[in-house]
Design a protein. Structure first.
Length: 358
């Protein structure tokens, strides 16, 4: 196949591109406008491969989308291009509305026109795979708030949407658009909603890379509120495998939740990173001594948890990495790739706190 990946220079997108090029015989067209979080250095392993092509295009640019689709003739579109950081969406929601909603609409219309011109066989095998987040579901009861363990639910594919932040609201909107284009126009779409990703090549505004780099530089390790917010953590390479499985074997019109089976409190995550660093890069004091507690994020969701039994049952996917093995690989990668870390921070962002101007 020839697969068009939007946002292929981002964290999850680049993992998907690397997975396809390194583990399949498919070709990839990477469409990315290279915002602050898009980084072609994350694709150095596939650069120059005959099955890989890059197009610097914004998904809001209909003319360029039409050109790319006509020129490259993809069999599949995997849509990962998005603004994705909750703190940034609190400070400046407009970019999230523009990219996640208007951009997804623009892409859907360009793909719909392209798909309508395909022959019958190509139309039947074509797929538009929209990659989304578990944050569209809102939050779940926290274990501290319930009397019985049996009362602690998880997100299902049928869980009603209740987004809390401008980011999650914009992603919920894009999910609804994709499903509407399938229902109304017959465009063969599939939606996946994933839990928190972590792993190599992650831009350091997110918790895990931020903590690793701050710890190594002797800076504070900021914990929002009490650090008791719970997330389900999914190693990005496990996610890439799941996404390829869905786009090649998933059923049109279906939604698949993808989780890592690793619910952890934010404080636990930071403490585990500190213990790994104590072992790998020992210093006089414990890295956990750098932990500080800061003002919580406005509207901060208490708990996310994915029930991914559907994708396991129907498509045979399960995560390979445990949280412990995946986190160790992640820390080791950042220790071995200081040049990438330095280059990705050469822009305006220097790991400062965002999202407090509510």
């Amino acid at each position: 196949m020839k697969i068009l990946v939007t946002g292929g220079a981002g964290f999850i997108g680049s993992a998907v591109v690397r997975h396809i090029i390194e583990n399949t015989s498919d070709s990839v067209v990477n469409l990315d406008c290279l915002t602050y979080a898009g980084n072609l250095e994350s694709l150095a392993l596939v650069e120059g491969n005959a099955r890989y092509a890059f197009e610097q295009v914004n998904i809001c640019n209909r003319t360029e989308l039409d050109r790319v689709l006509t020129q490259h003739q993809p069999d599949v579109v995997m849509h990962l291009a998005a603004e994705s950081h909750v703190d940034r969406s609190i400070t400046g929601p407009a970019a999230f509305i523009e990219t996640n909603i208007v951009g997804t609409y623009t892409l859907l219309e360009a793909v719909r026109e392209y798909w309508n011109k395909l022959d019958n066989m190509a139309k039947q095998t074509f797929r538009f795979h929209h990659i989304s987040t578990d944050e569209v579901y809102g939050d779940l009861p926290h274990p501290d708030e319930v009397e019985f363990v049996s009362d602690i639910p998880m997100f299902l594919e049928t869980t009603p949407y209740a987004p809390s932040s401008p980011y999650s609201a914009s992603k919920a909107s894009s999910d609804h658009l994709v499903r509407a284009w399938q229902r109304t126009y017959g465009l063969p779409t599939i939606v996946t909603n994933c839990s928190n990703n972590y792993g190599p090549y992650h831009f350091p505004e997110k918790l895990i890379p931020l903590v690793i780099l701050n710890a190594l530089e002797g800076k504070d390790l900021p914990i929002y509120g009490k650090g008791d917010q719970i997330r389900d953590w999914l190693f990005v390479e496990d996610h890439a495998r799941a996404l390829y499985k869905v786009v090649t074997e998933g059923k049109v019109g279906e939604t698949y939740n993808i989780g890592g089976h690793n619910e952890k409190k934010n404080l636990e995550v930071v403490q585990t990173i500190c213990l790994i660093l104590d072992e790998l890069v020992p210093k006089a004091s414990a890295y956990a001594d750098q932990i500080t507690y800061v003002q919580d994020r406005p509207g901060h969701d208490r708990r996310y948890a994915i029930d991914s039994s559907k994708i396991q049952r129907q498509l045979g996917w399960i995560p390979i990495e445990t949280f412990e093995s995946g986190l160790r690989k992640t820390v080791e990668w950042y220790l071995a790739n200081s040049v990438w870390c330095q280059n990705v921070q050469n822009g305006s962002y220097q790991r400062e706190r965002l999202g407090i101007n509510a």
